[in-house]
Design a protein around this ligand. Structure first.
Ligand SMILES: Nc1nc2c([nH]c(=O)n2[C@@H]2O[C@H](COP(=O)(O)OP(=O)(O)OP(=O)(O)O)[C@@H](O)[C@H]2O)c(=O)[nH]1
Length: 321
């Protein structure tokens, strides 16, 4: 076995290139490189005089003869290999020119993001796939503002959407029968449409006396995340308001975090909102996918993707328009 007495630390630009059908471009590492024969996203080392995006554009041109035209940062992750400590800067690329050709004698293919059909996949990349492939839209329930209006909005929204989304059941003001009625409607709708339901941890505290078991993964409030509660239950993600909480979300192996509010919103009157630049700053160091929340609607998804958001979470805007 080769030994590497001095391990370099390298920054790597990693391009997740999407085609119009939602598949992504995979490359197979050629002979002569560490982990030859392993599948990876195209990319390579960031040179000292380059930004990550410049490195990504250069690598895609050199390896596959395509020109990346538009994309945005996703998140960063570090991995300790025998040959190097790598910091992977994942970017989505959603617009490019040209059709891929093998310029470095490597195999490549278009395949789904979760890519169960490709093997082996690089050890740092494989565990990321369920996180990358998770839904990019999260709709929050709001039955407490009126059962019928929320039920209709969710039903309309779900009938218009063709891709998987998350539905977070979050009802702080409901209790007793009203809470059960809202839960049963939301749960039934998720079952019927096959969409993934999440249960807000505050809401679970009010609901648990009525249920035999946790019906779906928890979405933790920041307070529950910080207090370390619910370690024994399945937790998918958490709401966070600062970078310390993002670190804790990563340490707790959560699948995502939700950070906001990005724009002013009626639920937080008088607060200006983080804005996209501050969102980007925080999301970049997160090491897990981060949803943006706060005054956002479906038309904000491009801005969100340009500023490091995995996707957007919507309260009252989901199902409108
Ligand atoms: N491109 C890419 N690299 C990855 C991924 N996952 C992952 O761990 N890496 C690691 O990131 C590093 C990329 O370095 P590389 O050797 O491919 O870079 P390069 O194309 O600049 O190579 P070169 O040394 O021939 O100039 C490798 O250690 C590789 O194992 C991935 O999904 N895509």
């Amino acid at each position: 076995m080769t030994t590497y007495p001095i391990k370099p630390r390298i920054d790597v630009a990693v391009a997740v290139v999407f085609n119009a059908g939602g598949q992504v471009l995979w490359g197979c590492r050629p002979e002569g490189k560490p982990y030859a024969g392993y599948w990876e996203f195209p990319g390579g080392k960031v040179e000292p005089d380059e930004t990550v995006w410049q490195a990504l554009v250069r690598e895609l041109k050199e390896e596959l003869d395509i020109t990346a035209l538009e994309g945005g940062p996703w998140f960063r992750i570090e991995h300790d290999y025998e040959h190097a400590n790598v910091r992977l800067h994942l970017y989505r690329v959603w617009r490019f020119e040209g059709s891929p050709k093998s310029l470095e004698n490597q195999r490549f293919t278009w395949a789904s993001l979760d890519s169960s059909d490709l093997s082996p996949i690089l050890p740092a990349t494989e565990p990321l796939l369920p996180k990358l492939a998770q839904p990019t839209v999260m709709a929050l329930s709001n039955y407490e503002a009126g059962f019928e209006a929320c039920a209709q909005r969710l039903e309309r929204g779900l009938s218009n959407i063709k891709t998987p989304i998350y539905i977070q059941f979050r009802e702080k003001a409901l209790s007793g029968n009203a809470l059960i009625q809202a839960f049963e409607h939301c749960y039934g709708l998720c079952q019927k449409t096959g969409q993934a339901m999440l249960l807000n941890s505050d809401t679970w505290l009010n609901l648990r006396e009525h249920l035999d078991a946790l019906p779906c993964p928890l979405h933790l409030t920041q307070a529950h995340l910080l207090s370390g509660q619910f370690q024994d239950l399945q937790c998918a993600g958490a709401s966070v308001h600062d970078t310390d909480s993002l670190r804790i979300a990563f340490d707790r192996s959560l699948t995502y975090a939700v950070l906001g509010a990005v724009k002013p919103t009626p639920s937080h009157p008088g607060q200006p909102g983080l804005g996209w630049e501050k969102f980007l700053e925080s999301a970049q160091g997160a090491r897990l996918p981060v949803f943006a929340i706060g005054g956002l609607a479906a038309e904000d998804i491009r801005d969100a993707h340009l500023h490091g958001a995995h996707g957007i979470a919507m309260l009252s805007q989901f199902g409108l328009g």
